[in-house]
Design a protein around this ligand. Structure first.
Ligand SMILES: O=C(O)Cc1cc(O)ccc1O
Ligand SMILES: [Fe+2]
Length: 438
């Protein structure tokens, strides 16, 4: 298995269904999970994504049949990764203002930086140990992980590549993900990231809370938004050279550790269950919008949601702003000016975002925390207030938002970064009082 794009890669369709896959026919036991001796003398191993006793509709677990169990590993030593932070750092003085960052340039030595070392936290909230909150990261990497693997005990990871494809090799198989697509890696599943296009950039949402799932559809009905069948899980793929030395890096309680192993962690010959990495192409998102008037709430663009214990008030919603038609009559069509009780971290994969046609660049980011006023910049306001309201296609654009009930605290390094757009607030400065009574 290597980084090369393999156009014949196969996938299994669906989100959270009972997948079953064998790299070698006959490797899955039939009728039981843990026979006295499993087929081909593989080791059965269970990975739980939820508590054993979680309600059936939420319960996630998979059975892996592997050449050696995961417990066969060396001792862990501390590993230094100082730019990947975990949880909200409440000692940071975060101004109650809109914030924006220009795209982070790829560092000069990017060819030596792999995915693990290339993660930079922009903002985070909650706490991994108490299993709530999220972190919004950017990754800047140019080196494929070869004999290095990573596992995150602190949360699941949503990948949003912005530049360059990812070849994500996991215990359950391989996912190829290109900009416009996303991938979701469950907590605790070992993976490595290959970069077939070299220097790559993208966003991550590390979710410490309840796992991401498809949102309820309510009156939309039984179809629409992200359809379950468009998610794809990998098929089992065991690395041919299984007895090779690997370095396993683990994030556990916000700290990084590494241990040597004498075998590939990608030694799973067959697996079954409903806990799996998946990928999804946002081009398959069935977008719903207003066909009469007014700008709807952005919740209509929710791809995945991580609920909290308060109904309808997410730990994290992953929302996209995909290409779509605008047809609303007598309506200011871009987002309204607003203050949101939820906190909004946004990124742009490609194109232009209608509320910020100028200053928000692909690879950049913005943070509009709870109750921080924001909305269209002056240019967007002027254009939309006078636009001829014929049907308009917003094309070649993909922005997204990680929206959370908890305040997102920027990291010290994000606040001090040269990419912080010091003049961001000026984009609204020209919105004059234009009240004309009578
Ligand atoms: O602020 C933003 O740009 C995100 C957003 C978009 C939208 O269409 C409505 C509300 C909202 O917060
Ligand atoms: Fe907003």
């Amino acid at each position: 298995m290597n980084d090369q794009i393999n156009t014949e890669r196969r996938y299994q369709s669906g989100f959270g269904n009972e997948y079953a896959t064998e790299a070698v026919a006959g490797a899955l036991p039939q009728g039981r999970n843990s026979p006295q001796r499993a087929p081909f003398d593989l080791y059965p191993e269970l990975i739980s994504g939820t508590a054993f006793t979680a309600p059936r509709h939420e319960n996630r677990r998979s059975w892996l049949y592997r050449r050696q169990p995961s417990v066969v590993a060396g001792r862990y030593q501390p590993y230094e990764q100082t730019t990947w932070r975990t949880g909200g750092d409440r000692s940071v003085a975060a101004p109650p203002e809109p914030m924006r960052w220009h795209p982070a340039p790829l560092p000069a030595d990017v060819a030596n930086i792999d995915f693990i070392d290339g993660v930079h936290t922009m903002a985070a909230n909650g706490d991994a140990d108490s299993q709530h909150g999220l972190a919004a990261h950017v990754y800047l990497a140019g080196r494929s992980m070869e004999r290095r693997a990573f596992v995150n005990a602190d949360g699941e990871i949503l990948f949003v590549p912005q530049q360059g494809r990812l070849v994500i090799t996991s215990e359950m198989g391989v996912l190829e993900v290109k900009p416009g697509q996303i991938a979701l890696m469950p907590r605790g599943v070992v993976f490595k990231v290959g970069l077939p296009d070299g220097p790559s950039r993208g966003y991550l949402c590390e979710n410490y809370g309840a796992h991401f799932r498809l949102p309820e559809l309510g009156p939309i009905g039984s179809n629409g938004l992200a359809n379950a069948r468009d998610f794809q899980a990998p098929v089992a793929a065991c690395e041919e050279e299984a007895e090779v030395a690997y370095e396993l890096v683990k994030k556990f309680g916000g700290r990084f550790w590494h241990a040597p192993t004498s075998h590939s962690p990608f030694n799973v010959v067959a697996w079954h269950g409903n806990l799996s990495p998946v990928r999804y192409d946002t081009a398959n998102f069935m977008t719903i919008g207003s066909i009469s008037f007014d700008h709807p709430d952005p919740s209509i663009f929710t791809v995945l949601t991580s609920p909290s214990d308060t109904p309808g008030t997410a730990n994290c919603d992953f929302v996209i702003f995909p290409p779509r038609w605008l047809v609303m009559e007598n309506t200011f069509r871009p987002p309204w000016y607003h203050r949101n009780v939820m906190s909004e971290f946004m990124g742009l994969v490609y194109g232009e975002y209608d509320a910020k046609p100028g200053g928000f660049k692909p690879g950049g980011a913005s943070l509009h925390n709870l109750m921080v006023p924001h909305g269209p910049d002056e240019e967007a306001f002027d254009k939309a207030s006078h636009a001829d309201l014929k049907p308009q296609k917003l094309d070649n654009t993909l922005a997204f938002m990680f929206e959370s009930r908890y305040r997102l605290i920027p990291t010290e390094s994000a606040l001090n970064s040269p990419t912080l757009d010091a003049g961001y607030a000026d984009c609204w400065a020209g919105l004059k009082d234009q009240f004309k009574p009578g």
